[in-house]
Design a binder for this molecule. Structure first.
Ligand SMILES: [Fe+2]
Length: 190
């Protein structure tokens, strides 16, 4: 997921005590991008939950619902942090698509390995961008930074659940250096 040039959030009329409204606007811009990513991730995980097929269907199908629940919780926390800072969280699908800097998930009905390989790339993108958001908020607002750090720990654990399926006994990943979801899915075919 590449960073994108995007209009900054409007400066709020009020914000949390001790923070300047201009600074809050910068934090809100960072958080809106993370809100879009988490909303997108929750929908994508459900899409995989519905489209996975093959002999290991049930393992992947049932693994994903707790991840959906966890990510939806992160969505709520992120949106409410925007509101707490005096901003207006945007949660509509049209705005998400218009603002995002990444493409829709590219795989439909497919076997478990293909979806897990593609999800490896999805999680990598979200986590890289979350880490960049942590860096941006470190000086601006440590309270928001703390929220993002907690979320990143959860996302990294979910990513490990996915990657454990793709790991060889020597510790390498079958998806290593795959440039796209479809390329990763091809590499994971056994
Ligand atoms: Fe279900």
């Amino acid at each position: 997921m590449a960073p994108t040039a995007r209009k900054n959030a409007a400066t709020p009329h009020y914000t949390v005590p001790g923070l300047k409204p201009d600074t809050a606007a910068e934090v809100i811009t960072v958080l809106q991008d993370r809100l879009n990513a988490l909303n997108d991730l929750a929908l994508t995980l459900k899409h995989v939950h519905w489209n996975v097929v093959g002999p290991t269907f049930i393992a992947v199908h049932t693994m994903l619902d707790p991840q959906v629940d966890g990510v939806r919780e992160m969505v709520d926390t992120t949106a409410e942090r925007i509101a707490t800072l005096g901003g207006s969280p945007v949660g509509t699908p049209g705005a998400l698509v218009a603002q995002r800097s990444w493409d829709d998930y590219s795989i439909g009905r497919a076997d478990a390995n293909a979806h897990l390989a593609a999800l490896d790339l999805v999680y990598s993108g979200v986590i890289e961008d979350h880490r960049a958001a942590i860096e941006k908020t470190e000086e601006l607002d440590p309270v928001t930074e703390d929220l993002l750090v907690t979320q990143t720990g959860g996302l990294e654990q979910y990513h490990w659940f996915v990657r454990a399926h793709l790991e060889r006994p020597d510790g390498t990943l079958v998806t290593a250096n795959a440039p796209t979801e479809k390329a990763a899915a091809r590499k994971a075919k056994r």
